[in-house]
Write a protein that binds this ligand. Structure first.
Ligand SMILES: [Fe+2]
Ligand SMILES: [Fe+2]
Length: 136
């Protein structure tokens, strides 16, 4: 796909995420139950995150391939030391271990589901860092 087309798609995604942000902000004001409000708060945070991702993508899509292509660009190890990434991986592993063990013993369904939900994120964080360290 050519870069102009991609830039267009990123631009319209930014607008869609902005609409979602407004909608989730409104929903949060209507909802009293803390667990449901939390669900919408997370959707709101994810929409802000996605908006940010599309903004950065849009900003950088016009760069030369050498600055853009992961295969051609500098290795992540030139910016962050492997030891540092290993430490982050270890942190995520600690979180995964603790949350897993806690979720197993929690009787309250709401709390357990929220913990399992965080666990999914921690597993994702872990795999993101694992992929990153492969690029060193
Ligand atoms: Fe999104
Ligand atoms: Fe994490």
């Amino acid at each position: 796909m050519d870069r102009d087309k991609l830039a267009e798609i990123f631009e319209s995604q930014i607008e869609i995420e902005e609409k979602a942000i407004k909608a989730y902000e409104e929903a949060m004001q209507m909802i009293g139950n803390f667990a449901f409000r939390l669900v919408f708060e997370e959707l709101l945070m994810d929409s802000r995150k996605h908006k940010r991702i599309f903004e950065v993508l849009k900003q950088h899509i016009t760069l030369q391939p050498s600055e853009w292509d992961l295969k051609l660009s500098k290795k992540i190890g030139e910016y962050v030391s492997p030891t540092e990434i290993e430490a982050h991986i270890k942190l995520e592993e600690d979180m995964i271990r603790i949350i897993k063990a806690t979720a197993k013993d929690v009787e309250d369904e709401t709390v357990r589901r929220l913990l399992e939900h965080v666990l999914e994120d921690e597993n994702r964080h872990h795999s993101v860092l694992k992929k990153l360290i492969e690029q060193i």
